[in-house]
Write a protein that binds this ligand. Structure first.
Ligand SMILES: C[S@@+](CC[C@H](N)C(=O)[O-])C[C@H]1O[C@@H](n2cnc3c(N)ncnc32)[C@H](O)[C@@H]1O
Length: 404
């Protein structure tokens, strides 16, 4: 049973239901483009015509929708509903759609989405044509997930159940998807056994199903990944979003994969790669995508570009010949000098650099502080890499090479 909220706080379920009444919907429409800086004035105006509790729920929801645009896009975010944790933890459309596509390609016809949150993954699965049982134990979150399925016209494909996932019989489903909660009261949880439910429970549930996917933090130690899983790190627009462990027919246990959205470029290996060569900085520097680094596939980039690492502990790759790929950001290097702020300042002044991008790996220097000290002036742009070359603190200066 839910504990009753204190008398001065509205029941969150009732407050949410009020948003779905015609009056609530009209308020949300009105607040679509509202400026958060004007919130006080807006609230005062709206309270003249609407109950204060509804106005405050609508303003809260309008804020969450604005935050959700980055993950769900304008059109969906303004039709959907969110909770603060729900928007934070939801999978973005690009990644959820990619994963749902992998299930659909294998002919999966039903999925139990255990830990559905506000429904980011359930929506993508339904849009891939797969019926979903979406389960969350938090009553408000489950209600929001149901509202989202309805708002997007997917109610016939998504059944939402408010329950603890540990009591769900997944036998009738072709596949199981688990996205455990990874945030406790004090922020992010790094130990996979502290997830809710723990990774060991999720793995057991996965192994019982014909096929399964478990979403985990991208920083998960490789040792925590069992031999039965294909592990895939996914980035979107160059930012690593998650790791997913795939189980069952159609996946390749022991494979480590990096998939880069939106291009869907994928690199994979079925075992640890030999250590790549290390050598002097050439004309080009390549920064591998974070998913490639997390999946321990930098050696493949080194091989593809015919290059070498600049330091055995640093994920910067260098080559003499030009090379571009979706898996790397590449730069043409114009200068290499030992780390020295004064020399850097002089060089940037001489080159009339007014816009400096600072990249660093293996350096403790704060980019903002460096930029401030450089007192930049001039019409040109440059990129500086603060790093180590063969163990020595080094500055590399260059400019981006556009991908064709
Ligand atoms: C990371 S979120 C899921 C996000 C979702 N995949 C999405 O894209 O919107 C995890 C959810 O698991 C739920 N949860 C945690 N432990 C649970 C359990 N034992 N049973 C059911 N739900 C649980 C939490 O309430 C939370 O909403």
């Amino acid at each position: 049973m839910n504990a009753l909220p204190p008398a001065d706080q509205p029941d969150p379920l009732a407050a949410f239901d009020a948003l779905r009444t015609p009056e609530g919907s009209a308020l949300l429409d009105e607040l679509r483009d509202h400026d958060p800086a004007q919130e006080l004035a807006t609230a005062t105006r709206l309270r003249r015509a609407h109950p204060a509790a509804l106005v405050s729920a609508a303003l809260g929801q309008a804020r969450l929708r604005q935050r959700a645009v980055a993950k769900f896009g304008e059109a969906d975010a303004h039709r959907m509903f969110f909770t603060p944790n729900g928007v934070e933890q939801a999978t973005r459309t690009s990644v959820a759609g990619y994963r749902a596509g992998r299930f659909a390609e294998l002919g999966v016809r039903s999925v139990a989405d255990l830990c559905c949150g506000i429904g980011g993954d359930a929506i993508a699965l339904a849009r891939a044509g797969i019926p979903v049982l979406a389960v969350d134990r938090d009553p408000l979150t489950a209600r929001v997930a149901r509202a989202n399925a309805e708002a997007l016209g997917l109610q016939d494909l998504v059944e939402v159940r408010c329950a603890d996932v540990t009591g769900i019989d997944t036998a009738p489903y072709d596949a199981v998807f688990v996205d455990p909660a990874r945030r406790g009261g004090r922020g992010r949880i790094f130990d996979p056994e502290a997830y809710s439910p723990p990774l060991s429970w999720a793995t057991e549930a996965a192994l019982k199903a014909p096929r399964a996917a478990l979403k985990i933090a991208p920083g998960v130690p490789h040792e925590a990944i069992g031999p039965q899983a294909e592990a895939e790190w996914i980035s979107d627009g160059g930012d690593v979003k998650e790791a997913v462990l795939w189980f069952g027919k159609g996946f390749t246990p022991g494979t480590f994969r990096a998939t880069l959205l939106p291009s869907r470029t994928t690199l994979a290996s079925d075992g640890p790669l030999p250590a790549p060569p290390v050598g002097p900085v050439g004309r080009y520097l390549h920064e591998p995508d974070g998913a490639v680094i997390r999946a321990h596939l930098v050696a493949q980039v080194v091989e593809r570009c015919g290059g070498r690492l600049i330091d055995e502990t640093i994920a910067y790759v260098t080559s003499d010949a030009p090379y571009t790929s979706a898996a790397t950001a590449s730069y043409e290097i114009t200068d290499q000098l030992p780390f020295n702020m004064k020399k850097l300042k002089a060089l940037l002044r001489e080159r009339q650099v007014g816009v400096l991008t600072v990249k660093k790996r293996g350096s403790a220097v704060e980019p903002e502080e460096l930029r401030r000290k450089m007192k930049l002036q001039g019409p040109h742009a440059a990129t500086v890499f603060l790093t180590r070359v063969a163990g020595a603190p080094t500055m590399l200066i260059g400019r981006p090479v556009e991908r064709p």
